[in-house]
Design a protein around this ligand. Structure first.
Ligand code: URA
Length: 475
């Protein structure tokens, strides 16, 4: 007999999780389960087909993270897809690594679209001022593609904590009164005001950063799709700026004016808030970083691989970027270089679980070669674009020592290229932080002769011992 599970709403993750857990414990296969929604939460208990039963049931953090994104997708099939994955994971614990599997790749795509939707909300919500009985209030209209309004709203509470604001959308509206974030019914476009003085600020800003010589309409359309234009004050300038771009570029050339020199870093810094700026905890920072689009590496990568370890770690290790295994697992240093790193840490009597391990660049950069993805070194623009995350991880952790594993990590931490040979084994000051530079563990994997390999490994362990000694002295 089919089990009809009625969830209380589009974003009822807890309801789905409770039901899915019980169904799995009771051994109910996915084909015998039908998922539907009801607007009234109370009906959940009465009409659910959730079987009784108890028993131990564990799922990985990775699946929970994936499911909590996928559940926000607008596809009505998502509940069944997630249950199928959960069911299969019991017999296939490594299933989530199989990106060729249809269920896995569909769920990964859905999660990616959800994160992108949240990111678009952060970038494209524009508040308009209204006068609410003597109190200033700001209202925005936004139409997310997926059920992401609740998930995306907390960002604005952190960003504009002193403003009273509402974000209206067709399904649900979010309200911030300066201390509490609440949600109620959806609204219509006509409920949100049109136009105010703030819009001039956006228009001036947009016209100022628009560079006709670098116009790439397709890239611009993908970052700022047309459907969002209706709510963006600056969007009304786009057509005329694009139409005039050729004329303006020709005029620049005719007058001997060089097209502005491309300074990618400045562009990234100046861009509208594509990346949120405030996060109070590592967990919040990690979740913001999931939607990072500050450089193009997010696109082909499976996911953002954020740092991991305790928030009060005394020592932070910084690698280059996730490799193939890390990109799939969503965790840093779990592949071959990670295994060597673990061994060296143990030999230096450092406990990895008490350290924080992260990378200078949080997305895997690679070139596809048949079935293999070949690692590519991140360039300076990518290192700089990603630096904000590393800087913010360090600012939250405040470690006593940072260890730069290799040239990319050192470049990110010092803001310039640092020759490893010259700086290795020294503890250097960077602002308030102390940084020890050493080689990257993957360098040790590439040393061809066994004798040299052993020597280089011993030197690496010595550097880690120096890190331990420095920590002891700092304590
Ligand atoms: N290399 C790195 O720099 N980082 C990882 O996470 C894995 C390999």
């Amino acid at each position: 007999m089919p089990h009809n599970i009625v969830l209380s709403g589009q974003t009822d993750f807890d309801g789905w999780r409770t039901a899915a857990r019980q169904l799995c414990i009771a051994g109910i296969p996915p084909r015998d389960v039908a998922w539907s929604l009801h607007d009234m939460p109370d009906l959940f208990a009465a009409s659910s087909g959730v079987p009784e039963g108890s028993g131990a049931f564990n799922v990985s953090r990775r699946f929970v993270d994936l499911a909590s994104d996928v559940i926000l997708h607008s596809d009505p099939e998502r509940f069944a897809l997630l249950y199928r994955l959960l069911w299969r994971l019991r017999a296939e614990p490594l299933l989530l690594d199989l990106m060729t599997d249809r269920d896995v790749s569909r769920a990964a795509d859905m999660a990616k679209n959800v994160r992108r939707d949240i990111h678009k909300m952060h970038a494209f919500v524009r508040f308009r001022k209204i006068d609410g009985g003597g109190e200033e209030r700001f209202v925005a209209w936004f139409e997310p593609e997926h059920h992401t309004l609740e998930a995306g709203a907390a960002f604005f509470a952190r960003r504009f904590p002193n403003m009273m604001w509402s974000i209206l959308s067709p399904r649900v509206s979010a309200h911030w009164d300066g201390s509490e974030l609440t949600f109620d019914d959806g609204a219509g476009r006509q409920d949100a005001p049109d136009g105010d003085a703030l819009e001039d600020v956006w228009r001036t800003y947009y016209a100022a950063i628009f560079n006709p010589a670098r116009l790439k309409v397709s890239a611009m359309m993908s970052e700022m799709p047309r459907k969002y234009w209706r709510n963006l004050p600056e969007a009304e300038l786009i057509d005329s700026l694009v139409a005039n771009a050729r004329k303006r570029t020709e005029a620049m050339v005719a007058h001997g004016v060089k097209a502005p020199k491309v300074n990618r870093q400045r562009e990234i810094e100046q861009a509208p808030p594509l990346v949120p700026e405030t996060a109070g905890t590592l967990a919040e920072l990690r979740s913001e970083a999931r939607g990072c689009r500050a450089c193009p590496l997010w696109k082909p990568a499976t996911q953002t691989v954020f740092g991991e370890g305790p928030a009060n770690a005394d020592i932070v290790f910084v690698g280059e970027q996730p490799g193939d295994k890390e990109d799939l697992a969503g965790r840093p240093f779990v592949g071959p270089a990670g295994q060597l790193f673990d061994r060296a840490l143990a030999d230096a009597e450092l406990d990895r679980t008490r350290t924080y391990v992260t990378n200078a660049v949080k997305h895997f950069k690679f070139t596809p070669r048949g079935k293999i993805r070949l690692h590519q070194k991140p360039n300076t623009t990518e290192i700089r674009a990603c630096h904000q995350w590393l800087e913010r991880e360090i600012a939250l952790i405040k470690p006593k020592l940072i260890v730069a594993l290799g040239a990319t990590a050192a470049q990110s931490l010092f803001g310039r290229a640092m020759p490893i040979g010259k700086n290795r084994g020294k503890v250097l000051d960077v602002g308030d932080a102390r940084v020890l530079v050493t080689v990257h563990p993957s360098y040790l994997l590439r040393v061809p002769e066994e004798d040299r390999k052993r020597e280089e490994y011993a030197r690496f362990v010595d550097d880690l011992r120096l890190a331990r000694k420095t920590l002891k002295e700092a304590a």
